[in-house]
Design a binder for this molecule. Structure first.
Ligand code: HEC
Ligand code: HEC
Length: 365
């Protein structure tokens, strides 16, 4: 319920669909669609195998034409194993003129598969429709692992002994939108920073990638990404930082929080910019500056000054308090996780403990 209430202000544009924009939202219902004058959505495939993920659906062999990819700053999903693929339409290229918000060709499809202890649980799917809108749905695997069926609109649960509380939660379609539709771009893990060849060795939970992995240089070499600003072609994107710990901390916040807390107009209404911008006119210290703000929401029972981040004092930092919480009214991120991310918390705690006020606030103006 809380999620739906939040959506009202997370996604104020939800009912006014702008089919000309690349950052458009999935229509919530047919009447909203009709009011916006948009074409009816093609029917959703009932089975994952009908989305084109597999070359051979009988043995679930991934179509070799798709590219597997692995973002350097992955989202924490309670320790579940994830794999991701992208399919671009024939001849389609990605426009990277805005390095923070790539525009994908019509017909782009992406999949993310979640498995736990060797068992496939769900596969999430996003696609760019012929009229330019994006849609997001999940497919839930049967216990035998032979087929995955479209998840109900409001999500579902899958019993699994190793999931938190014995049940794995498949998010609702509206939860997908809370993260994907309000972000700078609807695709979150396939971006200049996430696919940079200059991978952060301290990034929590990142997959080890082999030399053949699809990264930014490979995409540029194949001509699949065009118009990327020159400086990012010569110098692989990287989070500017004072030290390696700060780089990894800011990267984690980018990957796990930046889709809601960013500099764009669809961000959630708090003064917090955790998405790292690669654009030329960026403020490289924007995240650090926004983190030393006074908290707008003082956690229940909090005594004294409430600052988002207090250099040198992790326990006095509201941001960390929210990340340590899994209470519905306090936890950050608010969706998609039931277990705290101990590895990332340890990293952020270490970073805050060693942070000096000047490093955190950035160079004086
Ligand atoms: C808590 C925020 C959140 C929610 C909820 C969420 N996602 Fe994502 N999703 C992400 C982030 C962040 C990434 C990129 C990082 C990664 O893959 O680890 C991602 C990656 C993906 C990808 C791979 C392509 C890409 O954008 O990088 C697909 C496909 C996807 N999500 C679909 C869905 C669908 C469908 C739902 C709902 C059933 C959903 N997601 C719910 C945050 C979220
Ligand atoms: C799905 C969107 C979403 C994601 C992802 C998300 N947040 Fe938030 N965050 C919100 C919303 C909405 C609020 C305002 C309501 C509230 O305080 O709960 C908020 C508030 C906050 C606040 C309080 C700000 C203040 O001024 O009091 C902090 C701190 C925060 N988030 C940190 C984080 C961190 C750190 C992450 C990643 C680990 C994160 N958030 C991920 C939606 C999100």
């Amino acid at each position: 319920m809380r999620t739906l209430t939040k959506l009202a202000w997370l996604l104020p544009g939800l009912f006014a669909i702008d089919s000309a924009s690349a950052r458009v939202l999935m229509p919530l219902d047919e009447p909203a669609l009709a009011r916006a004058g948009a074409a009816a959505e093609p029917p959703l495939p009932e089975l994952l195998s009908e989305t084109g993920l597999y070359a051979d659906a009988s043995v679930l062999q991934i179509d070799p034409a798709h590219f597997e990819f692995s973002p350097q700053y992955p989202l924490w999903s309670d320790g579940v194993h994830k794999q991701r693929w992208i399919s671009l339409p024939a001849g389609g290229v990605i426009d990277a003129s805005d390095p923070d918000a790539w525009v994908f060709p019509i017909g782009t499809r992406l999949w993310k598969q979640f498995s736990l202890a060797g068992r496939r649980l769900e596969t999430r799917y996003s696609e760019r429709l012929p009229d330019g809108r994006w849609r997001f749905v999940a497919y839930v695997w049967n216990a035998e692992g032979t087929a995955a069926r479209l998840a109900p609109e409001f999500g579902s649960r899958i019993a699994h002994a190793q999931a938190p509380g014995g049940s794995y939660v498949v998010p609702s379609r509206y939860d997908c939108l809370a993260c994907h539709a309000g972000a700078l771009a609807p695709v979150l893990g396939f971006s200049a920073l996430q696919l940079s060849s200059d991978r952060d060795p301290l990034a929590p939970h990142a997959d080890a990638v082999d030399a053949a992995a699809l990264d930014l240089p490979a995409l540029l070499a194949r001509g699949l990404v065009v118009n990327l600003p020159n400086d990012l072609q010569t110098q692989p994107p990287r989070i500017e930082s004072d030290d390696p710990l700060q780089r990894a901390a800011l990267g984690y916040l980018h990957g796990n929080c930046g889709h809601c807390h960013h500099q764009g107009e669809d961000a959630v209404p708090v003064k917090l910019e955790l998405a790292h911008s690669l654009s030329a006119d960026r403020d490289p210290k924007a995240a650090l500056r926004s983190l030393v703000e006074q908290a707008r929401y003082r956690p229940r029972g909090w005594v004294g000054e409430a600052r988002l981040l207090v250099p040198g004092d992790a326990d006095a930092s509201v941001m960390l308090h929210r990340m340590r919480s899994r209470e519905p009214n306090s936890q950050m991120p608010p969706l998609g996780t039931q277990r705290i991310d101990a590895e990332a918390l340890a990293l952020i705690e270490r970073w805050i403990a060693q942070a000096t006020p000047t490093a955190t606030q950035g160079a004086p103006e």
